[in-house]
Design a protein around this ligand. Sequence first.
Ligand SMILES: [Zn+2]
Length: 423
Amino acid sequence: MDVDTPAEELASALGVDKQEVKADLESLLQYSVPLEEAKQSIRRKHGGGDSEDAQPESRSLGEITTDQNNVTVSVRVLTVGTRKIQYQGEEQTIREGRFGDETGTISYTAWQDFGFEPGDSLVIGNAGVREWEGSPELNLGSSTSVSMAEETVATDAQIGGDSQLIELSPGDRGRSIEVQIQEVETKTIDGRNGETEILSGVVADETARLPFTDWDPHPAIESGSSLRIEDVYIREYRGSPSINISEFSTVTPLSESVSVTDSAPQLSLREAVTSGGLFDVEVVASVLEVRDGSGLIERCPECGRVLQNGQCRVHGDVDGEADLRIKAILDDGTATVTAIIGSELTETIYGGDVDDAKAAAREAMDKEVVADTIREELVGGSYRIRGSLSIDEYGANLTVESFAADSEEPAAQAASVLGEIRQ
Ligand SMILES: [Zn+2]
């Protein structure tokens, strides 16, 4: 966006330095503040007051487009989420979620606390309209008025954030879930205020399993616990929805344990790849090829990367640690992906551990014999594979969690179930 022109106009109207106005404007726009709101904020900073005079036209939600700058609406509050963000170098608490009326729903961000809750019917005057991921979104700021509507605003949309995991998509906010914690670990990250501990793991309900991060560790979040977690927001992590729990989330233990799914959605490889990434998916595919870098490999003791000719890409010449893994090309006739099979499952498929593999390599004076044994076992066979699919610039990778001969395939029926690792 060209900020020179508005910066120049604003600077001359306010009688202040253009460079200063331009820098302020750029930093506001960088945080996706709509231009009009950014200009108003800069006017206020220099004592210029708001430029809005007339109240904008009343609109139903279905009529709102990103061509409008400001609107007045009557809405029902569907969800309210709370989140802290960095804004102009300072932490600011915002409210965000969705509003509904008879014609549709719209997401919103409120830059101050107007005190409304899910279910409230509101008249909102002078809300800014901005574009958010291709759709209009309402911005409620200091020039917005919020009052209770005299009548209940009708909506077909669900009021409140209660959601099953399968329903969640990146961008959802102010959601509440009832889940079982399946995995959890404490991680130390380099946060804004130095080293911070966070929790990360996997939650499940009857409909799905999803990864989560708790940015402000709640003690009730421990493996196996069944919890109601209110006010979470959803981000995309490697193409799949990921649950974000914050200091504003409330975590309440449930007296009854939440029942969880033990199956994953089964998709064709093409469907899985087109989805952009899936945390938990099952596919049935043939192994076309076992790639180089499979079998007996060496990892960097510092970072775990696989060594190439004794060299770590980051740490250079290191004393490698032997490990087993498989990189296999899967094909189901619709697409291909690379399956990454870790050491435990590889041991089952190979029929031996790292020491057995080292012994075989020594005897043959060639460590490729390990990969060859795996090739004979896998290539051409059809398998039912469950794991986590991620897509990056190098292609689609399926990190395998369970791997079994496909029993519906007659040729593979004789082969025993190769292995399954699940908690
Ligand atoms: Zn390394």
